[in-house]
Design a protein. Sequence first.
Length: 353
Amino acid sequence: MPILARMLPSPMFVDIRAGAVAALGEVLQDRFISPSGKVLVAVGPSQGERIWSTVRPSMPDAGVFAVEDASITSAGRLQEALSERGYDAVVGIGGGRTLDVAKYAATRAGVPMVAVATNLAHDGICSPVASLLHRHGKGSYGVSMPLAVLVDLDYVRSAPARLVRAGIGDVLSNLSAIEDWLLAQRERGERVDGLAIAFARTAAEAVLHRSDGVDSDDFLVVLAEALVLSGMAMSVAGTSRPCSGACHEIIHAVDGLFPGVSNHGELAGIGALFASFLRTDRARFDQISDCLARHGLPRTPGDVGLDEDQFTRAVLAAPGTRPDRYTVLEHLALGERETRAAVADFVSHLAPG
Ligand SMILES: [Zn+2]
């Protein structure tokens, strides 16, 4: 019999609500991820410790591992710790960095990973990609996606608001990434995946026009779902393409040239807005710009402390960060003078008054 549908890799359990963490032990047992409860819990520096102390009494056989930074070295240490006692699974509790370290270590150790997200800063909570520091900078690595994803709104609410709303920028950047992918299809014959695009676009559209914000639980649920759907889009596509185009090339360039200037989601928003400006798609540009402004997210390089010259250098360096990826930047192939002019136009277009 012919196969009439494709199977999608996905987490087998997604729970987004206040109090979701309380069910962690039950999820591990009921879903047969770790019937014995012998899991290694990787905690982040901020809220991870707090959550661990809450769930610890109900998980007597679990071990704990403190994730110091989002580096390959940390992931290697976690991988070693995983093999020491033959743990069934790793549970990452924390923000994007902790989850990325846990995803990478779990993939390398060949054990499942459960993600407990404490903020909504970017779409890594459910994605098959880990972004980690190595000796020469930051790299993106293909990893297995989490087997279960828990987002506890009680903890998300107490995370720094700036980190929570940053995820909005990462979700909106899907709209720009999709345009880049379709451009590569038209210009290069690159194969796109309509289902991956459906997930990525639906995620962004769900957030784009909402009038409420991160102080509303309804909004947080939609944002968390949008981040999960973005992860699904990448998993379906087998590449980060549906969520990463010129916007993310710009992030990688800014991270390389001016490390620490801002977080991933905020830069994704600026990158997507600038890429939409280059596409001269004014309707989309205005929608993204209005949404970023409504949530108090940065829109111009100046909003994150970069001057026009620095941003110009980042835009020029951006295509080199992903040589295999064709986006509006590679398509226009602007020289230094034209890029400088485009950045100046972009900034003055967004200037108040
Ligand atoms: Zn991203």
